[in-house]
Structure formats: C-alpha cells, structure tokens
Design a protein around this ligand. Structure first.
Ligand SMILES: Nc1ncnc2c1ncn2[C@@H]1O[C@H](COP(=O)(O)OP(=O)(O)OP(=O)(O)O)[C@@H](O)[C@H]1O
Length: 260
C-alpha cells in the first residue's frame, strides 16, 4: 500500500504538516459590526491523520476551515497547505490550489444533479484536465462502497450514498488534505457512521489527511485527535478521543462561556 501514500513535494521535510495555522486571525466587518472570528490561532494538522475540530456555535470552526482551505482570506497571521503560504497566492492561484490539493466534503453533498455518480466523482479531475488514475479510482470507489452505484444520478441515491459520492470526489485527486464540514449533519446515524468509517479508512488505509468540523461527539470520536475552539481561540485538544471524553470537554467549555 505504501505507493498510495502522498509523496511530500521535493525538498519539503517529511515531518511538514499537511496544513498549519500560525497566529491566524480573521476579523469580519468594521466598527460596530466588527467580529474577531479567529484570534491568533496556532494549529498543525499532521499528514496521514484524522483531526476533528469542535467548539460551541460561533467559536470559529467554519472560519478556521475556510481560511485553511483557501476559501477565505486571513486578516493576519499565516495559513499554509504543505509548504504553500495561502496569503501569497492570487485568487487564480488559490482556485488552482483548491482544485489540485484540497478535497471538500460539505453537509449538503453539493453534487451536480445531471451527472452520474462516476461523473460527479471524476469532475474535479476533468476540470483540471487530468485523467483519473484507474487503480486509485477503483480503490476510492471500493473504499466508499459505491461500486454498484456508479451509473446512478444523485436523485437515485440515498443521502448516505450521495455523501459517499462526495467523499470519493474529495479523495479522487489524492489531495494533500480533505476538509469535511459537518459531513454527517444531514444523515441518519447509520449512514453517518458509514461515512465516518470511510473517512477513517481513507486516513488509516489510504494515507490521506482529513480535518472535520463537527458538533457531534460520536463523530469526533472517529478522529485521531480533537481540537477545541472557544471564542476564536484554540483552547484544548484530545488524542485518541472517546465520545464521552469529547462530550465532557464540550460541556465544560459551554459552561465556562456561559459564565463569562
Ligand atoms: N461572513 C461573515 N461575516 C460576518 N461575521 C461572520 C461571517 N462568518 C462568520 N462570522 C462570525 O464569526 C464568528 C465565528 O463564526 P463561525 O461560522 O466560524 O463559527 P462556527 O464555530 O463554525 O459556528 P457554528 O457551529 O454555529 O457553525 C461568529 O460570531 C460569526 O457570526
């Protein structure tokens, strides 16, 4: 399997994280509507690991994901994917980086209704003018359990199957990092558990890197590590989390933020 692991870019140290925020600050609005969504966040997302990002509503989880994935610009500090500083890129270069180096899985699946499952999965590669690597495509499709459904359109698939298509689409370009924003938010618990299983398999068996925003302690327990945000700051982390341990921390942060 080792040939399937993403190879670090020439010259980049093997230990370089897949993504890194350094003093990342994001301010929205001005004057009375000014909101500091992220307040000097330092965090690294190691290669080949599954990290969950948790925190109370409004703590900055989506903002962190958007800044790290190059969907939004930082106000100050740094967001890097591999060795690339996102602030140094033009909008066009950012679009190319997102297409080539980042995979996305959203709560709402975001599939194109007129395309089959297979066409949806391979769309990002086709847009990049690249052909899928047949062996990798088969591995990804098998990992997410879609082999019998590739000719179906999204309306002919269940929510769980649609999210599997989205997960396969995120993985097919063998991105440096996959960002998943509440990927189980629209799924029943069984389909949600399946998607989390596939995301975990993509990390442990295929060597991919996944960062997932979630509110759900059970979902977070599928990750190798959970980082907690509160009021735009990174306040804690857990390794090899259990759902009970995650829930316990969350309740503590929510109690603290109520007393502030
Ligand atoms: N585009 C925006 N314009 C203005 N303020 C914003 C914008 N996006 C986010 N915010 C504010 O930044 C803060 C962090 O929001 P963010 O969506 O990152 O939190 P979150 O932890 O993902 O919340 P939730 O769990 O409710 O999705 C909030 O106070 C939010 O109102």
């Amino acid at each position: 399997m080792s040939q399937m692991f993403p190879t670090p870019a020439p010259g980049s140290p093997v230990t370089e994280p897949a993504a890194r925020a350094t003093g990342l600050t994001k301010v929205y609005g001005k004057g009375e509507t000014r909101v500091t969504a992220l307040d000097s966040v330092f965090v690294e997302f190691a290669r080949g690991r599954f990290t969950a990002v948790m925190g109370p509503s409004g703590s900055g989880k989506s903002t962190l994901m958007h800044c790290m994935a190059g969907l939004d610009r930082v106000t100050s500090g740094s967001a890097r994917i591999g060795g690339t500083e996102l602030a140094s890129l033009s909008d066009k270069q950012l679009t190319t980086l997102r297409r080539d180096k980042v995979g996305f899985v959203f709560q709402g699946f975001n599939l194109l209704p007129t395309l089959t499952a297979l066409e949806n999965i391979t769309l990002p590669l086709r847009l990049a003018g690249r052909k899928p690597d047949p062996a990798w495509l088969e591995t990804v499709v098998t990992t997410v359990g879609l082999a019998g459904r590739l000719a179906h359109r999204p309306t002919e698939l269940s929510g769980g199957q649609q999210q599997r298509v989205a997960a396969a689409r995120a993985l097919v370009s063998r991105p440096e990092i996959v960002f998943a924003d509440e990927p189980t938010g629209n799924l029943d618990s069984r389909s949600g558990a399946e998607i989390l299983g596939f995301l975990g398999d993509s990390v442990r068996e295929l060597g991919q890197t996944v960062v997932m925003v979630t509110h759900d302690p059970v979902a977070a327990a599928h990750a190798d590590r959970v980082v907690f945000l509160a009021d735009g700051q990174l306040v804690d982390e857990l390794h090899e989390p259990t759902a009970d341990a995650v829930l316990d921390r969350m309740l503590r942060f929510e109690a603290q933020s109520r007393t502030r």
